[in-house]
Write a protein that binds this ligand. Sequence first.
Ligand code: ADP
Length: 270
Amino acid sequence: LDARLPIANPNDELGRLGTTFNDLFARLGQSFDQLKRFTSEASHELRTPLTVIRSVGEVALRERRDEAAYRDTIGTMLEEADRLTQLVQSLLMLARADSGRIVLGREAFDLGRLTWDAVNHLRVLAEEKGQQIEVAVSSLMVLGDPAVLRQAVVNILDNAIKHSPPDAVVAIACRTHADLAEITVADQGPGIPAEHLPHLFDRFYRVDAARGRQDGDRRGGFGLGLAIARWAVEAHGGRIEADSAPGKGSVFRIALPRERTLSHPEGTTP
Ligand code: ADP
């Protein structure tokens, strides 16, 4: 997609118009490249569970086995089918977000209650690992789409639990900070090396991607959870960031503009 216009004099009117067009072409080219990358990565991820389902099915058909072994195979197939469902749901969510087809709700709700909601939703996972979730939450009214924001908080809390060792404490807090409504999730996990931090919220980005694939570890995520969380927060005019270092655990912070959203309830979505 190389369609740059030749520019004789960048300072006259035609030249400026040409420069504007060239910037536009460059941006279009970038979007096109991103789309191509997204499609190819999505296809790759979709193919992996399908390959597993196919190959365990073929082997089971070929070999005579006892009932327990067949049940085992069926269990694996269902697990992969669940992963596929999860992946398709995430991809659909991002595709809808990209095309602007998600109309965000604008209702007043308590961010503190939403935080408790997310904690209660994931508490079992933490308890299974012998972890404790420490909750420090104050009631905090904000405007927005609670279902969309809940997804962001759940994704971050889920990561904190997933990456923390047994018996660790995960701390979640919801409070006002300056004129922002802030949710922080702090864990005692392995932390994230600095070189990964700028890419953490990119689609399909995984810190331990290479290792996961080599081990044939199929339980790892798809690298879409934080991308979805970023979209959800930014769609509300907020910011999401991570502060982490190896051996020091991680802190994820969601900051939402409080005053602005509350004082213009009739405005369009940010
Ligand atoms: P996934 O769905 O694969 O977990 P995410 O987008 O949620 O993907 O996270 C991207 C990457 O960031 C993951 O591969 C994981 O290695 C890393 N990560 C996210 N949260 C944490 C955390 N709390 N501690 C350590 N690493 C994390």
